[in-house]
Write a protein that binds this ligand. Sequence first.
Ligand SMILES: Cc1cc2nc3c(=O)[nH]c(=O)nc-3n(C[C@H](O)[C@H](O)[C@H](O)COP(=O)(O)OP(=O)(O)OC[C@H]3O[C@@H](n4cnc5c(N)ncnc54)[C@H](O)[C@@H]3O)c2cc1C
Length: 422
Amino acid sequence: MRNFDRRDFLRFAGAASALSLAACATPGGGKGRVVVIGGGYGGATAAKYIRLWDPGIDVVMVERESFFTSCPMSNLVIGGHRRIEEIRRDYAGLHRHGVQVVNDEATAVDGAKRVVKLARGGDLPYDRLIVSPGIDFMFGDIDGYAAAMAGGRVIHAWKAGPQTSALRSSLERMRDGGVYVLSIPPSPYRCPPGPYERASQVASYFKSAKPRSKVLILDANPDVTSKGPLFKRAWQDLYPGMIEYRGNAKAVAIDAASMAVRTEFDTVSGDVLNVVPPHRAGDIAVKAGLITHNNRWCEVDWRTCESKAVKGIHVLGDATLSAPGMPKSGHMTNSQAKVCAAAVVALINGQAPNPAPVMNNTCYSFVSANEVIHVASVHQWNAGQATIIPVKGAGGVSTARNQLEADYAWSWAQNIWADMFA
Ligand SMILES: Cc1cc2nc3c(=O)[nH]c(=O)nc-3n(C[C@H](O)[C@H](O)[C@H](O)COP(=O)(O)OP(=O)(O)OC[C@H]3O[C@@H](n4cnc5c(N)ncnc54)[C@H](O)[C@@H]3O)c2cc1C
């Protein structure tokens, strides 16, 4: 099954251009058109569920990549336990649900006229817009980062794809006895346990292939930000002497020539530099005027995920200003997307959205090839606080790392990808 291609788009846009922008927001004669920017955890889920819950609504999803590569499970590729092909999916399933997938980049949004502009030309009018662009990096916060990255001397691998493969190749090329440096930005960043899972995966590779090598974690945060005791126990038991953890060690500069990372207190050198820069909502959120907090994040009303800055636009996932206790995760984003999809369907049908939605999260982390720990939480709208907050007593963490959860974790991935795309 093919995606909505350039020729279809031109035909579609051509037909629509005969009408005024306002009128052509519902070109199929349906109830209305929702445009979705981003086909990741938030966008793909929202696009599919709107079509499932109301096939009378036209849904057009704009995604610049031609297939999806998952950040969750990408650390297993870096550790050598999975292949990158196993964490990819295509958009054919969405097409079967009647989502029109446009393989292009959204370059601008006119919130007043309700139009999205595309890189290859053409306007997409909408009745409601859902923006789930993930993150972009604040490279300027670390001196020398951009030049070092251009020269292939530093990798973030915090967006899955070519950088994931590049990091894996660097580790394979590294000499036994070398040092892998992982620098973690200050919270909030996407996937709180993700960096510690990555350190575990790299150590698991070193243990079997390069046992004299070392993992050095430079964490801008004072301590491990998620599942701390479980990660530290795993490092002690499984990789004794291999992982060194330094808290309050924020990267401020990179010297590509000497392969060194400077923190506020000292300078360390490594053979592989994996420095994750601080991030903010993806560029299109900036261009659409959706950023409201700290020049970084988009505030939304969590009952509908509608932007507090621009009416008619909903924002999902890592781009949002998280509610209290809410992690930036794929699972959380998938949950937000369903709340948003239900609200958009209700609003387009002239109904009131659910006044007290519930969301949930589970994050599994592989501490070795076959042992996993998890953290889970449930979040519900609280009218008194006018936000969504964790439900007391719901959720928690694993009591200890175990192999059963490795099966659960890989199944979680298969299921959430099916939920998004199948
Ligand atoms: C190493 C790592 C491990 C992780 N592990 C887990 C885990 O185990 N469990 C978990 O729940 N979460 C995990 N996460 C977090 C998870 O990946 C994110 O929270 C999730 O991807 C957020 O979804 P999103 O829709 O906001 O962004 P994304 O999934 O990144 O999707 C954004 C999409 O928008 C597209 N896009 C952006 N701008 C445009 C534009 N202008 N035009 C067209 N397309 C555009 C991008 O190409 C991308 O496909 C992990 C993250 C990392 C980095």
